[in-house]
Write a protein that binds this ligand. Structure first.
Ligand code: C2E
Ligand code: CA
Ligand code: CA
Length: 676
């Protein structure tokens, strides 16, 4: 299969650049999640610290307060008991002992009270302590009175104790009992506050963890989604053509093999079409790569729309497509589809705001007739496509086995061409252009011949296209131009000083940047004066990049050489269009000369060209003049210069001199005018 440049490379690179996007998303997703976890953890820790601080306060402050209150209650109670026992006791030693304990109780009580007063207290607690202080203050003088009465008046002391001291002390104990319950209440409140704060902290933790989990879930889902998409994109990219979205060669081969396996099971036919857009390079050259890409996409769309869903349409690269028609029972079914595709592709296109006509050549191979596997079927469809192209484009060709031999031959020719130049196998033959008025040959056209070592002499039709494709034409043209110029210079010295030479320049040679230099070198090397050299350019050149073509022609004309349009009338150019180019001569294609006698339209065409050329001061040459009748007609229409087998076939250089020496009026004189 031939290699063609791919317009879609730029697009592929663009897509490659998108891919790190999901990696950034993935990374930022994880960072967000990590930050959230950090945030939640720090809030949780803070709340925990606050809760434990609360609890610590409950334990340290409230428990302590309770224990101090308890101490105060106990000491007050013991003091009352000791006072009572002192009153009851008759033993003065025991009384002393009890008094000591009584005093210790007071110390214990006061120490606890002092400490309690230093603790954080509620107003109610403070109030109760103050009340207790007042009650104690009023009970102490009574107790002192009881002490004074001890010993001698123990009955009075007992009476005072029971009547006043104990009730006063009970009041103190009452106040203390209230204080005790108040501290307990405060402690309970504080602990329930701490528990509540703990609950709040816990709820916050739950809520935030829930949110973090939710966000984490979303991030993970997004990451999975992105990763899946990236994987799908990568897979699509690996199996599809970026420009058209069609399956690429890999996927196509796979599908074709599936179709073949199915066809084997069901005893069906499979058609493989190899499709190549005609003159795609011209579209690329004229409309640029963007235009070319657009045409390819349009063609892809049309191909897809023309086949069934189970058929396969793929792009192999460049302007090459393949279509597989599956589940066919008869070859005619496949050919119907082929004809439908051909018709669809040749409908006009709207590209870059202009209407464009395109066509394609299709090669068809059929399973199992033309191959048992995908490789052979594709190869044979390709070979058939090449034949479709060679036999005139915008057509299809069914593969047949003889084509393989031809493909083989072509490959051999390619190898032979490779060596032909270094072995000097290329030569020029020369064909005269006769001026009917002077009866002299005024110009000879150099025509390429290849002295093939095995096949003998070959005309350009057998190898020129291949020589152009391989680029060998540049080197051949350059080398032979020098030779031809030398040849004409030698004819000048041999006594034909007015003879000019016409050399064919193909599109590839014309656009090659070395052309002007090659012409200069040929003129210098041969010493030929430039006005004797004419370059024949084909119409295609004038249809491409007009500005560039004009400036190139001007550069050539700057050297002093003449420029002719070859094969005029076969392409799409009009004289109106050609007016924009600085030309010297126009060669009317032999197609119009051939039928000049039968088709009036050709005569009309030639006469209008002649008239217009006269107006534009363009010389004209009628090509392919083969008989006297054609010559006479042309002469009558006012044509001055003719070229064709009637005068002479192209001949080797050695045979030219005798043609130059002849006065042709003897043969094609005016007397034959009567023959009209
Ligand atoms: P072309 O430039 O139109 O050359 C005229 C072709 O018509 C020649 O074919 C010639 O032999 C043929 N011919 C001349 N008189 C008659 C006639 O009366 N009847 C018929 N039927 N044919 C006639 P040839 O030599 O086979 O060349 C074919 C084409 O190859 C040329 O067409 C030209 O386009 C190209 N070519 C030839 N030599 C060169 C070359 O050196 N360089 C390039 N780039 N192209 C060349
Ligand atoms: Ca020519
Ligand atoms: Ca021609």
């Amino acid at each position: 299969m031939r290699f063609k440049p791919d317009n879609s490379t730029a697009l592929y690179i663009r897509l490659q650049h998108v891919r790190p996007g999901w990696r950034i998303a993935l990374l930022s997703g994880f960072i967000v999640q990590l930050l959230l976890i950090l945030f939640v953890t720090s809030i949780g820790l803070n709340q925990l610290a606050a809760t434990s601080k609360n609890l610590k306060t409950v334990v340290e402050v409230h428990m302590r307060k309770q224990s101090l209150t308890k101490t105060m209650v106990t000491s007050a109670r013991e003091r009352t008991v000791n006072l009572f026992r002192m009153v009851e006791s008759t033993d003065p030693f025991e009384r002393d002992d009890l008094f000591l304990q009584f005093s210790d109780n007071a110390v214990e009580f006061l120490t606890a009270r002092d400490q309690l007063l230093k603790m954080p207290l509620s107003s109610r607690e403070r109030e109760l302590i103050e009340l207790q202080g007042k009650l104690t203050n009023s009970s102490v003088p009574i107790q002192n009175q009881v002490f004074d009465l001890l010993g001698a008046e123990s009955h009075e002391a007992e009476a005072l104790l029971l009547k006043e001291a104990i009730p006063a002390q009970n009041k103190v104990l009452d106040a203390l009992a209230q204080l005790d319950s108040e501290t307990q209440k405060t402690a309970l409140e504080a602990s329930s506050r701490a528990a509540k704060a703990h609950d709040v902290a816990r709820s916050w933790m739950y809520a935030l963890s829930g949110i973090a989990l939710l966000i984490g879930f979303f991030v993970a889902a997004a990451v999975i989604h992105l990763t899946n998409r990236a994987t799908r994109e990568r897979e699509h990219l690996a199996t599809h053509d970026v420009l058209t979205g069609l399956p690429n060669r890999m996927l196509f081969t796979d599908r074709l093999e599936q179709a073949l396996a199915r066809a084997l099971r069901h005893n069906e036919l499979v058609g493989v079409m190899f499709i190549d857009i005609d003159r795609f390079k011209l579209v690329n050259d004229t409309l640029g790569h963007a235009g070319g890409d657009k045409l390819i996409c349009e063609v892809a769309e049309r191909l897809k729309s023309a086949v069934r869903a189970e058929d396969v349409v793929a792009r192999l690269g460049g302007d090459e497509f393949v279509v597989v028609i599956t589940e066919a029972q008869k070859v005619s079914q496949i050919l119907q589809a082929v004809e439908k595709l051909l018709a669809l592709v040749s409908k006009p296109y709207q590209i870059a705001a202009r209407e464009l006509f395109s066509s394609c050549s299709i090669g068809v191979s059929v399973y199992p007739n033309d191959g048992a596997n995908s490789t052979v079927l594709i190869k044979n469809a390709d070979t058939a496509m090449y034949h479709a192209k060679a036999s005139g484009r915008n057509r299809f060709q069914l593969y047949d086995t003889a084509m393989n031999a031809m493909a083989e031959e072509r490959l051999q020719l390619e190898t032979d061409l490779h060596y032909a130049l270094e072995r000097d196998e290329f030569i020029f033959h020369y064909q005269p252009q006769l001026n009917l008025e002077t009866g002299r040959v005024q110009t000879v056209e150099a025509l390429l011949r290849w002295n093939h070592p095995q096949k003998g002499q070959l005309a350009p039709a057998a190898f020129l296209e291949l020589l152009e494709e391989t680029g060998g034409i540049i080197e051949v043209g350059r080398k032979l131009m020098i030779e031809a110029c030398r040849q004409v210079a030698s004819w000048h010295s041999a006594g034909f000083p007015d003879l000019a030479i016409a050399i064919n320049i193909s599109g590839k040679e014309f656009w090659h940047e070395g052309l002007v230099q090659s012409v200069m070198t040929a003129l210098e090397a041969s010493g030929l004066s430039p006005e004797f050299l004419q370059l024949e350019l084909t119409e295609g050149i004038f249809m491409q990049d007009t500005d560039r073509a004009v400036s190139k022609i001007l550069a050539l004309k700057g050297l002093g050489v003449a420029v002719a349009v070859d094969d005029f009338g076969t392409g799409y150019s009009s004289l109106a269009h050609l007016k924009r180019f600085p030309l010297d001569c126009l060669k009317i294609d032999r197609y119009f000369v051939k039928d000049i006698e039968d088709a009036l339209i050709n005569e009309a065409f030639i006469s209008s060209i002649l008239a217009l050329c006269q107006g534009l001061h363009l010389d004209t040459v009628a090509e392919g003049v083969e008989n006297a009748q054609q010559l006479q007609r042309l002469r009558n229409l006012g044509c001055q210069v003719v070229q064709g087998y009637l005068v002479s076939r192209p001949v080797p250089a050695g045979e030219i001199a005798k043609l130059l020496a002849r006065d042709w009026r003897d043969e094609f004189g005016h007397e034959s005018e009567a023959a009209i």
